[in-house]
Design a protein. Structure first.
Length: 403
């Protein structure tokens, strides 16, 4: 509230003012939802709210919904090829969607959609300290989440909203040197996605940077690391979420592939089941080269872009933005994002667009760069809005480009 506004208020009358950093994501969330709903109604002729949400729920959205409704499946039998199941999907988001449905009394689809939107709003608000008072960049970041061409990840039953919130919370806490609490958020991250483990690296790297900024030396940090109980506890907490999931899978899969009494199961079933989608660990840069060269196997043409090339370009964008983070001294963020790109790329390039935009520091840095020049900023906003509208039918049609 400005001084002029304060002077105009009647004496004794309190004035409550909601900060704009809170209003911006809420406004954009509402506008984005209404805009996409209007586009859906106009293109389909259907007014049903549940039909709209069902149309947007494609691919992994259905998997997380089923997981919230029925839990983890038995022997591999589902999905497109009949040799996969939902062991690959980490549990925390579906647990929250299930709880939201039970508490609200509405379906998992509706409750989960509302939950994801609110988690994304919370992620945007919590991320504000990472922008260092750059309001234009913050607005662009929020605009991308709710009105950008990939807003579907952050507004339907996908883990992006939750992972985004936990990631920005972790890096805000790292700025405050609250390493143990970062370990707690890291445990939740590793229960949401396997890449959540990478926050352990960020904790150590940020602690090293803090030590050097305080005038310490690298050697002293290494020698005293074993005495840093706060760091050791923080790092130890990070894999707790994944370990709990692995322990559950050990007993769960043991009923089907083990001795039948819950023993002898596969604690790493979430990794091994990935083979059903053609994911197996190999050289990530070889995978990147295969994706880049696949476009030109039948000649040098760019009349259309293959999904492999699109995924490869997304990975390259992730590398470039990770490098920019490093150049700006944000080593913890840079290594977190670099690992977040390399880990899925080490299996194949499928869904790389989703993996890259799920990394909060990359989105934040891209927003800061694009908002630096006003003319770029004012060009990007309508471009994203147009793409959001145009890609809605593509998303509903289950496009491989967007998966």
């Amino acid at each position: 509230m400005t001084e002029s506004n304060a002077e105009s208020l009647p004496p004794g009358k309190p004035r409550w003012e909601v900060p704009q950093i809170i209003l911006i994501p809420f406004y954009l969330m509402a506008i984005g939802f209404l805009l996409r709903y209007a586009v859906y109604v106009r293109s389909s002729g259907h007014w049903g709210f549940a039909d709209y949400l069902r149309a947007l729920c494609v691919y992994d959205c259905n998997a997380y919904e089923r997981l919230a409704l029925y839990g983890y499946e038995g022997r591999p039998a589902g999905f497109d090829k009949g040799d996969a199941n939902n062991w690959a999907f980490f549990p925390l988001y579906s647990i929250l969607a299930w709880a939201a449905s039970k508490l609200s009394g509405v379906s998992v689809l509706i409750a989960g959609t509302i939950l994801t939107n609110l988690l994304t709003v919370a992620a945007a608000i919590v991320s504000w300290p990472l922008f260092e008072r750059r309001l234009r960049a913050y607005f662009l970041f929020c605009f991308f989440l709710f009105l950008g061409p990939l807003s579907y990840y952050f507004t339907t039953l996908y883990t992006e909203g939750l992972f985004l919130l936990l990631t920005v919370a972790s890096f805000v806490l790292l700025k405050q040197r609250d390493y143990i609490t970062v370990g707690v958020t890291g445990a939740l991250m590793s229960a949401t996605r396997s890449t959540g483990l990478l926050i352990a690296v960020a904790i150590v790297v940020q602690a090293l940077q803090d030590h050097l900024r305080d005038g310490g030396r690298f050697g002293d940090f290494v020698r005293s690391l074993w005495r840093r109980t706060d760091l050791m506890l923080a790092v130890a907490l990070v894999p707790v979420g994944l370990c709990c999931f692995a322990l559950y899978l050990y007993f769960h899969t043991g009923q089907f592939v083990g001795s039948g009494n819950g023993l002898g199961g596969d604690a790493l079933a979430f990794v091994h089941i990935q083979r059903a989608w053609g994911r197996a660990f190999q050289n990530p840069f070889w995978n990147l080269w295969l994706a880049l060269s696949s476009q030109f196997k039948s000649g040098w043409t760019l009349t259309s872009i293959s999904t492999e090339l699109a995924f490869a370009l997304a990975a390259i964008a992730g590398f470039v933005l990770s490098a920019i983070l490093a150049m700006r001294g944000q080593w913890a963020m840079a290594l977190f994002c670099l690992g977040g790109v390399l880990l899925p790329l080490s299996t194949n390039t499928y869904s790389m667009i989703r993996f890259v935009v799920g990394l909060a520091p990359i989105l934040i840095m891209a927003s800061i760069i694009l908002a630096r020049w006003k003319w770029v900023y004012y060009l990007v906003l309508p471009a994203m809005l147009i793409l959001d509208v145009l890609l809605l039918p593509t998303w509903i049609a289950r496009s491989y480009y967007l998966m």
